[in-house]
Write a protein that binds this ligand. Structure first.
Ligand SMILES: Cc1cc2nc3c(=O)[nH]c(=O)nc-3n(C[C@H](O)[C@H](O)[C@H](O)COP(=O)(O)O)c2cc1C
Ligand code: SF4
Ligand code: SF4
Length: 256
């Protein structure tokens, strides 16, 4: 088959899962639509896809799994024997069971996983894999898209068996423990509250609900005033060891 359209369905707090999934879509080469389910403020509109379309699911790896908060949003979409590519962005440690979890969700919802990709991206915490995905990374992702397109010409073949991971999955998918704080430079524009995937920022745009926040750090780059930041010596201390532990370069991995 030759897909008439590609839809990229992503949860991407800091944008890397989205960037990498979009690069694969570019390699596929047909018209692309993006459904971004990251912000809690944007209600997910469930949709069903036909067998002549292609869907690319994208989400980060959190603790070896897909973020718990993202799963129901991604699972709102159904296929009718629709081919899909499952993808995760991971911060240079490991993607563990994130891909099999996405693969199983997609199959349960009527999709056929025809390929998978775990793509290295800058880690949310510390200074690990800074600047990734680079242009070279994205070129690799695009080349993978072309490969999937080639394989689709021979029909829609389920590739579950080549996607690595454990069943049952390891525990994970939770947020981290560090919370941003709000500086005096905040001008109350509300951008951070609107963008927060967890609804963790209060009506005052300043207070953060510790129980809701998942440490995705999306509110930090979103703020035009640089008024959301991590101001915690314990975080700085954590980063020293974390940066060292994850310094060795990892490569993106593609499965087809
Ligand atoms: C709470 C949390 C847990 C994470 N766990 C992992 C992990 O297990 N393995 C890994 O390689 N990266 C991990 N990361 C890093 C993210 O997977 C990585 O930064 C990813 O690029 C973020 O994707 P996004 O830009 O689409 O939000 C974690 C990040 C956060 C915030
Ligand atoms: S408040 Fe927490 S959950 Fe919300 S965007 Fe900021 S880091 Fe993410
Ligand atoms: S985005 Fe920045 S300036 Fe706007 S409300 Fe949030 S912290 Fe304040």
């Amino acid at each position: 088959m030759n897909p008439v359209k590609t839809t990229v369905i992503v949860f991407s707090a800091t944008g890397t899962s989205r960037k990498s999934a979009m690069a694969i879509a570019k390699g596929i080469g047909c018209p692309v639509e993006v459904i971004d389910v990251t912000a809690l403020a944007d209600a997910v509109q469930p949709k069903t896809f036909g067998p002549d379309e292609l869907v690319i699911f994208g989400a980060p790896c959190y603790g070896g799994r897909i973020p718990k908060i993202a799963m129901p949003r991604l699972a709102a979409f159904k296929g009718e024997g629709t081919p899909c590519i499952v993808t995760t962005a991971y911060g240079n440690r490991d993607f563990d069971d994130a891909l099999v979890e996405l693969c199983d969700m997609a199959k349960d919802n009527g999709f056929v996983p025809v390929g998978a990709a775990a793509m290295v991206a800058q880690h949310t915490f510390g200074t690990i894999a800074v600047g990734r995905p680079t242009a070279e990374d994205l070129a690799e992702d695009e080349a993978f898209g072309r490969k999937v397109l080639e394989s689709l010409k021979n029909g829609i073949v389920d590739k579950t068996e080549v996607i690595p991971g454990n069943r049952p999955y390891k525990d994970g998918g939770n947020g981290g423990k560090f919370r941003p704080s709000t500086m005096d430079s905040c001008v109350n524009c509300g951008a951070c509250r609107k963008a927060c995937p967890a609804g963790a920022i209060g009506e005052d745009n300043q207070t953060i609900d510790n129980d809701k926040c998942i440490s995705c750090f999306r509110c930090i780059p979103v703020c035009p005033m640089k008024a959301k930041a991590i101001q915690n010596p314990a975080y700085d201390e954590f980063c020293v060891g974390f940066n060292e532990r994850l310094a060795a370069r990892q490569e993106s991995k593609f499965f087809i």
